[in-house]
Design a protein around this ligand. Structure first.
Ligand SMILES: Nc1ncnc2c1ncn2[C@@H]1O[C@H](COP(=O)(O)OP(=O)(O)OP(=O)(O)O)[C@@H](O)[C@H]1O
Length: 482
């Protein structure tokens, strides 16, 4: 069991970014393997982490366990026996209404869980003093959905992001009074999410007991839908309007969601009027957002709008050196320069390269990272940057052809005008690159390999029957092959 867990974590380390490993995988504790039932029991430190790992990692862990034990294995996540998952007492809200914090955690509309109530719950349930204060802080942190690993300290600064970072620091120090809203925009993988988590973490760390909430726009949309189904809009409103800092990521996903936009408009007005801070990220600047109500767009533009640009060479080198140091990898500067010169698009890509290089070096017993080791380890990535067809190329070409955003290739949205181009891009990725189905799934926003397989089959069959589709595919193939 112990051996399995060690091997499992090692394997996951090769597949996931280090932040995900330390935030989600390391806190897990394997409890037991039930031979009769084929059930692996694993404990997660709290309800939030439990829900998250169950949703995002159970499939990977089950596959590894099934391989290891040579039989189908199911993973059962549970809270630790003592229960630091904090069962929920009913706590009176400031306004008098009683809200069950724990119920809110289980309920899909967990958005209605008031952070203040959680903090009050924690302090009410623990003896006074330092323990109570730290439990309250922990509760606030859990409710905030912030990733504690994303901080200002480990955010590398350069020309490309210095303005954004300065604005973020300013807002973290004076929330609600300097720039409201703060609107950060830029391409994929450039650090927008990192920066807004850093603001939230910094405000929480200041110990003012602020109610902070990070929410991805997609999650907000689904919270609105749930509130709608449950006729729980009052509760929904009360929760969002009660926050001190709302961090909302990838607002472009509000496009065409009228009810969501309306709710967000009210939350926005209420929060700004009370000098509560709102921070928004997007893949483009406000006026360029499509299918978003113009009154919202003008609100977005009413504070400070700052771009994050792709990092320049020196910054890419600095990022590689810093990240390798954090991972305990010794990377000579010439190696960092070599990688940075070849991989130019974004920080996420650099992180991926670093992971590949270190996994390759470990596997082949290379103790010193050299340019040659990197060339070998990054063969695929480097050929891509030398003009070969890449999944990124395909996504961009297909998005341009169908006049949708590249971001829609990774998004969870499923309207037909997006779903079909996305499936076409997956099909072309399988046809024109060496990537495996799981790798393609990852590059399309972490989708399962079965989704990719379904797309590949569907498009190959459809092109035989639909001349128009066949033509479109032909044009795309020619464009990509140059
Ligand atoms: N300046 C930086 N210093 C250190 N790490 C960074 C920096 N910028 C980005 N990263 C890291 O790169 C990865 C991608 O960044 P992030 O998720 O914040 O991008 P994003 O702009 O939100 O992209 P998307 O639009 O795809 O959501 C993260 O792991 C983040 O920690």
């Amino acid at each position: 069991m112990k051996d399995f867990w060690q091997a499992c974590v090692q394997k996951l380390e090769q597949e996931l970014p280090p932040q995900q490993i330390s935030a989600w995988i390391r806190p897990l504790v394997p409890l037991a393997f039930d031979e009769d039932q084929g059930v692996l029991r694993v404990s997660a430190p709290n309800r939030f982490k439990l829900d998250w790992v169950r949703k995002n990692f159970s499939h990977q862990i089950e596959t590894l366990a099934s391989d290891w034990f040579s039989r189908p294995v199911q993973v059962a996540f549970e809270l630790p026996p003592g229960g630091s998952g904090r069962p929920a007492p009913h706590v009176p809200r400031a306004g008098g209404a009683a809200v069950a914090a724990g119920a809110a955690v289980q309920a899909p509309t967990q958005a209605v869980a008031p952070a203040a109530a959680a903090a009050a719950a924690a302090s009410a349930a623990t003896p006074p003093g330092a323990a109570a204060a730290s439990a309250a802080a922990e509760a606030l942190h859990d409710r905030s959905r912030l990733n504690a690993e994303l901080t200002f300290d480990n955010f590398v600064t350069g020309k490309a992001n210095q303005l954004a970072r300065a604005a973020a620091l300013q807002v973290a120090e004076n929330p609600g009074v300097s720039y409201n809203p703060l609107f950060l925009y830029g391409g994929v993988g450039l650090g927008k999410t990192h920066l807004i988590h850093a603001i939230g973490n910094s405000l929480l760390a200041s110990g003012k007991g602020a109610r902070v909430r990070y929410v991805h726009a997609d999650q907000y949309v689904s919270d609105v839908v749930k509130a709608y189904q449950r006729k729980a809009f009052d509760e929904f409103k009360r929760y969002y309007h009660s926050l001190d800092l709302l961090l909302i990521d990838d607002i472009q996903f509000f496009a065409g969601k009228n009810r969501t936009q309306e709710e967000f408009f009210y939350a926005f007005e209420a929060m700004v009027a009370q000098r509560k801070q709102i921070i928004i990220t997007s893949d483009t600047y406000p006026k360029e957002l499509s299918n978003i109500d113009s009154r919202l767009i003008s609100r977005f533009d009413s504070g400070l709008t700052v771009a994050i640009e792709p990092p320049e060479l020196e910054m890419r080198v600095a990022i590689l050196l810093r990240k390798s140091e954090n991972e305990g990898i010794t990377m000579p500067e010439e190696v960092a320069f070599f990688i940075a010169k070849h991989l130019r698009s974004n920080v996420r890509e650099l992180e991926g390269a670093l992971r590949k290089v270190s996994a390759y070096a470990r596997f082949h017993g290379k103790e010193v990272l050299t340019v040659d080791v990197c060339k070998e380890a990054l063969k695929d990535l480097l050929s891509v940057s030398n003009g070969q067809i890449t999944v990124e190329n395909i996504q961009k070409t297909v998005a341009d052809y169908y006049k949708i955003k590249v971001a829609d290739m990774y998004s969870r949205r499923r309207p037909a005008n997006i779903a079909l181009p996305r499936q076409i891009a997956m099909y072309l990725a399988k046809e024109l690159t060496q990537k495996s189905l799981p790798e393609i799934g990852d590059l399309f926003g972490g989708r399962d390999h079965t989704t990719v397989l379904h797309a590949v089959r569907k498009i190959s069959e459809a092109r035989l029957k639909q001349p128009e589709l066949n033509h479109a595919l032909h044009v795309l193939e020619q464009t990509l092959k140059g």
